[in-house]
Design a protein around this ligand. Sequence first.
Ligand code: URA
Length: 238
Amino acid sequence: MEEKMRINKYLASCNVASRRKCEEIISSGKVTLNGKVVKELATMVDVKKDKVTVFGKPVELDNSKVYYMLNKPAGVISASKSKYGEETVVDIIGKKEHRLFPVGRLDKDTTGLIILTNDGDFAYKLTHPKYEKEKTYEALVKGHIDSKGLERLKKGVVIDGKKTSKAKVRLIKMAGNNSLIEITIIEGRKRQVKKMCERVGHKVLKLKRTMENGLGLGDLQEGEYRKLTKNEVNRLLR
Ligand code: URA
């Protein structure tokens, strides 16, 4: 959270009302800052120190935690901000007041399930390998993968000089000259699934994350998002 912000933004972040409405309330003289009425919209509030009241009542920032799942389309980056003006997963949800960030990462061309939150502790528990949270992907790979290839993926292969931990892997179907496989991993190394498949001789043509720790996308279409329920949040942490 920014340390200083304009008073109308501050009041909106405290869930007093929309920014526009907050401006009206400020101009009408119903807001005090450290005991003095403020009518000037450009007034800055020090979030940590200043005391603000509206209609005589103290207000506080809304620090509540929020959790969303998004079915990420291809071409969108899994970051809060883009240096190069690309669309981000946070842009899609657009709830700026909560300072959302994505949990873990998906490559720009990868689609599927990504969780966004403002809860750093939750994000840590979902991504750090020591918590062994499963991430499941469907990968369309070039060529016909044989049982030997599937077995190697299961046992772990060396990528970037380090062996990957055990994975669950199954062949869903052969699709023309290619193969569709499901792979579940507990780490989240950069481009891990692509590198693993390449290591056993099969380039990944398409990649989609379908589940995290048992939570799936349901009928959420690409580009759609929804809030997670309390139960789902708890289940993810189990
Ligand atoms: N593994 C990859 O290679 N890419 C992703 O986006 C996610 C997992």
